[in-house]
Design a protein around this ligand. Sequence first.
Ligand code: NAD
Length: 261
Amino acid sequence: MYTDLNGKVAVVTGASKGIGKAIALRLAQEHMKLVFNYHSDQNGAQEAVDQIRENGGDAVAVQADVSKEEDVNKLVKTAVEEFGDMDLFINNAGMEKETPTHKLALEDWKRVIDVNLTGTFLGTKAALNYFLDHKREGNIINMSSVHQLISWPHFADYAASKGGSKLFTETVAKEYAEQGIRVNGIAPGAINTPINAKKFADPELYAQTAELVPMNRIGKPEEVAAAAAWLASTESSYVTGETIYVDGGMKLYPEFKEGRG
Ligand code: NAD
């Protein structure tokens, strides 16, 4: 538990399921007040909000498309109206779709960049403006991926968005460090969430992916949420512009295991 998080306010985008939901639930366990953003799955977000409220916590579900500036601004506005302040903004929402690059439609490319990269920019911009207007310190966490480092055929749009997210995070961290605003990334490896539930339900496909992970298993959303809680807390107070990989060692070139190569 991170006692400094008690009573603080967080916005988590894409929190109706998967990693975003696990993060929001973990932060609620830390007694933070939560804005759960959802895009289309209102039930997923509302269920979690109800669960938190039943346990005596504070949370609210808010619809927003992270690729739209007015929607993203609404998330900060709601946090302040409902809970009086905002301490932390987590840009988690993301999407992917497998397509060979020569067949990738411009509109599909644009959608992935809009949600994953522009969404991160818009959330960061809204949070920065709030922190600067109130002359206060602040904390921003951007959900990236091991594919900010590892190229990924058939997912060029996704890899480009996450590579962009890495340098965006590092640039903004440097730009606002003096104001006490920390900006960090988390790069999950293969995590069992709805984005790839179908793949990991198939034992053969599960094993194929697990082979790419030195720890030889797929990760849990809660394991990513633990990294987010640490970055949210003052335990990480001297960390900015960093990416924490939560990937079971996936970025360590597992093909070279046992002296191969
Ligand atoms: P998921 O599909 O389970 O959840 C994605 C969330 O983003 C959903 O709640 C969805 O509604 C939301 N979303 C999508 N488009 C949106 C939009 N326009 N506006 C607002 N919300 C929107 O996926 P996940 O695995 O939980 O992924 C969460 C983040 O983690 C993503 O950024 C993803 O790229 C990243 N990630 C996931 C993995 C993995 O293996 N699951 C690995 C690396 C990185």
